[in-house]
Design a protein around this ligand. Structure first.
Ligand SMILES: N[C@@H](CCC(=O)N[C@@H](CS)C(=O)NCC(=O)O)C(=O)O
Length: 223
């Protein structure tokens, strides 16, 4: 059986989980895979990242490659349109969400999520880059009602897991949500009405609570 490896706080892991659940693919999950540059980990995931999938002794990394594989292997419930141009438009949306927004916002995470340092120059430059990404996504997103149009697609899976993290980072860094012009609230509420989306969101929350409890225990033990 297909095995998804990663952890439930990862937006990329959760994107693949939603796609699997929406498509009704049976899978097992190894949710204890925390990114690492250790040799043993790199032997399973060459970039030391999550997620990846394992199937019949083979491995596949990169969430977009995994989602495309799922689309080819389990076409029954499609998450990409049939028309080649419409398919490319969905991929364009995913790139805007991940490359021009989430990966840009990620420069802020060391300071605002992990208690590290990020220079003022980087914080300011990131704000400008994010504004460009928001403008770009607003220009191509349809929200009618899904982000690519009338059908649910992989772009909705990507938006649902990545854009809230960008919002969190923006609020922490700039005191406001740079994604505001996208007016995402009703769109997310619509997606959350779907069992796959709400389940992944709930399980992400549970994983976060578990991690925070573990951290509290560790701090208490160190005192
Ligand atoms: N492009 C990759 C990104 C995966 C990714 O960055 N995952 C994060 C967790 S959300 C990770 O493994 N980070 C550890 C690292 O970058 O070393 C994908 O789509 O799968």
């Amino acid at each position: 059986m297909l095995k998804l490896c990663g952890f439930r706080l990862s937006n990329y892991h959760n994107k693949v989980r939603i796609a699997l659940l929406e498509k009704g693919v049976e899978f097992e999950e190894d949710e204890g895979c925390v990114p690492s540059q250790d040799e043993a980990f790199l032997a399973r995931s060459p970039m030391g990242k999550v997620p990846w999938i394992e199937l019949d002794g083979r491995r596949l990394a990169e969430s977009d490659a995994i989602c495309e594989y799922l689309e080819d292997a389990y076409p029954q419930k499609p998450l990409l349109p049939k028309d080649p141009f419409a398919r490319a438009k969905v991929r364009e949306l995913i790139l805007f969400i991940e490359l021009h927004l989430e990966l840009v916002a990620r420069r802020l995470y060391p300071k605002y999520f992990f208690g590290g340092e990020v220079s003022t120059e980087v914080i300011e430059a990131t704000e400008k880059e994010l504004a460009k990404g928001v403008r770009g996504l607003k220009a191509i997103a349809r929200f009618s009602p899904y982000i690519a149009g009338s059908e649910l697609t992989l772009a909705d899976c990507a938006a649902f897991v990545s854009l809230p993290v960008v919002t969190l980072a923006c609020k922490a860094a700039y005191g406001r949500d740079l994604l505001e012009p996208l007016a995402l609230k009703p769109y997310f509420a619509m997606l959350e009405a779907r069992p796959a989306f709400s389940r992944v969101k709930e399980e992400r929350k549970a994983a976060q609570e578990k991690m925070l409890a573990r951290m509290r225990e560790k701090t208490a033990a160190a005192r």
